[in-house]
Design a protein around this ligand. Structure first.
Ligand SMILES: C[S@@+](CC[C@H](N)C(=O)[O-])C[C@H]1O[C@@H](n2cnc3c(N)ncnc32)[C@H](O)[C@@H]1O
Length: 243
């Protein structure tokens, strides 16, 4: 299982990401208020899963407390559930939430960039929810290759992530995202919003769908079928099928 990472350490601050998500309560309140479009993504993802005909294995990378995926998988015929996350606090919560999944559950603590290669299987569905954007561009490129190697024949990678509009640069995205959060996240205090803004503006590196498509295609996926984009053009749910 000991595997040398194939890429050198990146400028990404994995500890800062882990520390933010160890304070899980703030993220949970953001999700409960649907500030990141989880309700619409839940609908789109559930509809897509309805089309799968046989019990499928499900790998949930950056699973957090697994509440979102467990809710979607509850009542479905699935073969296995594997969740992986950097945050031990989130994984403790995941142990409880994943009990509603009627399949063998495995929860793995670690950085998915380096640990995905240690997993013993390939998966019919790999779901990457709101976590790809923490990687630098070279890491994303490397990681798409790893994801392809872990996608079972006929399997699909599902990515829910913030996205840049075509031609948009990161600073412009951040400007409109911060304005949006400050104006519309009424259920949070200013301190909580400042905490979220600090995290997003320092740790998030969204890409255009076109850039993700280029990485995915060179790793051996088909270009994305876009299952959902929100009205403000902040988030998308994309399905990349293995060739
Ligand atoms: C925004 S939360 C998303 C949680 C859940 N997937 C959802 O959609 O609500 C991002 C999660 O990804 C985890 N994460 C971020 N980068 C990671 C990495 N490199 N390896 C493992 N987990 C990571 C964080 O700890 C956090 O729990």
């Amino acid at each position: 299982m000991d595997q040398e990472p194939l890429i050198s350490p990146s400028p990404r601050d994995a500890e800062a990401v882990r520390d933010f998500f160890n304070g899980w309560n703030l993220y949970r309140r953001i999700v409960e208020n649907d500030y990141l479009c989880h309700d619409s993504v839940r609908q789109a993802l559930s509809g897509w899963l309805d089309g799968l005909e046989r019990p499928f294995s499900f790998l949930d990378l950056g699973c957090g407390d697994a509440a979102f995926s467990s809710g979607i998988l509850n009542g479905r015929a699935i073969a296995s559930y594997t969740g992986m996350d950097l945050s031990p606090v989130a994984l403790d919560l995941a142990r409880g939430n994943a009990r509603q999944i009627a399949a063998p559950v495995s929860l793995v603590h670690g950085d998915f960039v380096t640990e995905i290669g240690t997993l013993p299987a390939s998966y019919d569905v790999i779901y990457l929810g709101l976590s790809l954007h923490h990687l630098s561009r070279p890491e994303k490129e490397f990681f798409f290759g790893e994801l392809r190697r872990r996608t079972a024949p006929g399997g699909t990678l599902l990515v829910y992530d913030p996205i840049l509009s075509p031609g948009e640069v990161r600073d412009v995205f951040m400007g409109r995202w911060v304005d949006h959060a400050k104006w519309t996240w009424k259920a949070l205090t200013m301190e909580e919003i400042d905490g979220a803004v600090e995290h997003v503006t320092t740790a998030d590196f969204p890409e255009e769908i076109g850039t993700l498509n280029r990485m995915a295609v060179s790793a051996g996926f088909r270009p994305a079928e876009v299952l959902f984009t929100d009205r403000s053009d902040f988030y998308a749910l994309m399905a990349f099928r293995g060739e």
